[in-house]
Structure formats: C-alpha cells, structure tokens
Design a protein around this ligand. Structure first.
Ligand SMILES: [Zn+2]
Length: 244
C-alpha cells in the first residue's frame, strides 16, 4: 500500500476501526518508517482526540473515546459492525467540524494580521512624517549618478534618530532581510535594525532614539540572514557618508 492509498485511511486508522488486510498493510507501511504517513496519522489522532474529548455535539460512547485515546499504540479488539458504523458517522461529523473550525480560525488570523500590518504601517509612517518635519533633521541623499544603485535619502536627527528611505533596492532572497548599520568615525558598525521592503524595491526604516551626530561617520545597509547579524556579513548595498 503506498502513501496515496493510505492517505484515505488515516482517519479510520486513528479511530481504531481499520480492520484486516487494510490495517495490516497500513501497519507494514508505517513500520517501514514513512515520515509523511506517520505525521499525517499523528495529525489525525490529535484532531480526533481533541474533538472527541471537547466537542459536546459529537459526544462519543465512552468506550470509543478510550479506544481513540489508546489508538496511539493501536491494538485491536473485536468490534461489531454497529460500533464501526457509529464511528464512521462520528468521523463525518468530526471531520466537518474540524474543517469548519480550521477554516474560520484561518480567516480570523488572516484578518487580524492584515489589520495589525495596516496600523503598524500607519504608525511608523506618522512617526516618519513627524521626524521629517522637525527643524533639526538633516538630510543626505545617496545613489545619484551611480549605475544600478539603491537611491534615496538618510535623515539624521540628534534627538530622534535616523530615518532611511530607499528605492531601487535589490530583491531579497527568502530568509534574508535588510539590516541598517551606524558606523562611527573610526569605529565598528553598530546594528541599527532590520527591515523588509514596504513595496517591491522600496523601503523606509527608522531607528528611534538620540544619535551622536558628531561621531557618526557612515549609515550603511547590508543583506543579512532573517535573524539579523551582530556585524555585517556582506558588502553594503548602501553606504552613506554623513559627516555633520
Ligand atoms: Zn507513506
């Protein structure tokens, strides 16, 4: 029996109603150490256990509940056709409920994520606008006149921080992120936050907090692994001299 054929039997197997040749073949397949099927079976067991234990609308016979709980190490006993039929009916209800539940949970999570993104973007946009309006904010452009460069501006405010706005950024590979660095004159780069493009090729990133403008030499950006790095691991794609 291959994975495809076994796929249809996980739920029955998990409920402990799989019998005879089919069960033997499923056991033999799992005994060969198929990770895909083992995982799917565990999922089916988990879903059944949760549903049978928590859902009043599918209150199972006690015996069946124990049976399902015990089926992690599935052992067989003679079940009549009535029990198998009851289990099959419950299986339909359980599956339907789990699909509904998962569908609703996914939709909710998506909506919540979108809302959070929108409000986070609005807040950081507002913060950036306030920053730009402050009279002490100084601006340095970069990337003009180079062949294929990221282009944009670095804004530095001694009280509020550093804002980088850039377009023409390279595409990030999966698992990568942009990292900004503040490099003091004659010093080592200090991490200044991670960011992703806000639109394809463009991004703005703000590091909030006081900046020692007199010692700041360069604002740079590198591509780093998702978790960020303590020191740059690639050649900067942006390096702006900001002597004030
Ligand atoms: Zn398999």
């Amino acid at each position: 029996m291959n994975c495809e054929e076994l796929k249809d039997l996980y739920e029955l197997y998990a409920l402990g109603v799989l019998d005879g040749e089919e069960k033997d073949e499923a056991d033999a397949h799992l005994a060969r150490g198929c990770e895909t099927c083992r995982k799917s079976l565990n999922d089916a067991l988990a879903i059944n256990t949760i549903l049978l234990a928590s859902s009043p609308s599918v209150a199972p016979p006690r015996r069946l509940k124990h049976r399902v709980m015990a089926s992690v190490g599935v052992e067989r006993s003679g079940w009549g056709w009535a029990a198998a039929l009851a289990a099959a009916c419950m299986l339909v209800v359980a599956l339907w409920l789990s699909v509904q539940e998962r569908h609703r949970a996914t939709e909710l999570a998506d909506a919540r994520r979108t809302l959070m993104q929108i409000s986070a973007q609005r807040d950081s946009m507002q913060q950036a606008l306030n920053f730009l309006n402050q009279p002490e904010t100084q601006q340095v452009g970069f990337g003009k006149g180079q062949p294929a460069p990221p282009r944009g501006n670095v804004f530095v405010n001694p009280r509020s921080g550093v804002l980088l706005i850039s377009s023409n950024l390279p595409r990030l590979d999966p698992g990568k992120v942009f990292e900004m660095w503040l490099i003091p004159k004659g010093g080592a780069p200090r991490p200044a936050g991670l960011f992703q493009p806000t639109a394809p090729g463009s991004a703005y990133h703000m590091l909030s907090g006081p900046v020692d403008v007199s010692t700041l030499g360069v604002v740079a950006v590198t591509v780093e692994p998702e978790a960020g790095s303590a020191a740059p691991t690639t050649t900067p794609i942006i390096a702006v001299q900001v002597g004030f």
